[in-house]
Design a protein around this ligand. Structure first.
Ligand code: AMP
Ligand code: ZN
Length: 119
C-alpha cells in the first residue's frame, strides 16, 4: 500500500524535506545516492511526481519516467562506470522486492554485478 505523497519518503526527498546526496536534478527527475549502497556506484533515479511503481504510470506521469534510461546512461558516463558496464532495475511490488513505494530505478555499477537476477 502506498503512502500519500505528503508522507512518501521519496516525495520528501524530492521536496528537499529530507536530505539526500543529490547527483542530478531537473524539472521532473532527481537522482541521488542510495543510503545503503550495494555497489561502488548505487544511485536511485526517481520522477519527482509521485507514482507508486511501474504499474501505476499514467499519461501524465509516464513521459518523465520514460526519460530515465537515457538519464541513467548519462549518469553512468558521469560516474565513470560506462566502460565497465552497469545495471538499471526497478523493483515492482512486494515479490519484486520493492520497499519504497515511489517509482525508482536503481543504477548500479563499479564492480562485476554477476548474472543472477534473483536468488
Ligand atoms: P527498493 O527496495 O527497490 O524499494 O529500493 C529502495 C531503496 O531505497 C533501497 O535500496 C534503500 O537503501 C533506499 N533508501 C531508503 N531510504 C533512503 C534514503 N533516505 N536515502 C537514500 N536511499 C534510501
Ligand atoms: Zn512519493
Amino acid at each position: 500500500m502506498s503512502a500519500p505523497a505528503s508522507e512518501c519518503l521519496f516525495c520528501k526527498i524530492a521536496r528537499k524535506e529530507i536530505p539526500s546526496a543529490i547527483v542530478y536534478e531537473d524539472d521532473t527527475l532527481l537522482a541521488f545516492k542510495d543510503i545503503f549502497p550495494q555497489a561502488p556506484v548505487h544511485l536511485l533515479i526517481i520522477p519527482k511526481a509521485h507514482s507508486e511503481g511501474l504499474a501505476d504510470l499514467t499519461p501524465e506521469t509516464a513521459p518523465a519516467a520514460a526519460r530515465i534510461p537515457q538519464l541513467a546512461a548519462k549518469l553512468a558516463l558521469d560516474q565513470g562506470i560506462q566502460s565497465g558496464g552497469w545495471r538499471l532495475i526497478s523493483n515492482c511490488g512486494a515479490d519484486g522486492g520493492q520497499t519504497v513505494f515511489h517509482l525508482h530505478f536503481h543504477l548500479l555499477g563499479g564492480k562485476p554485478l554477476g548474472g543472477k537476477l534473483c536468488q
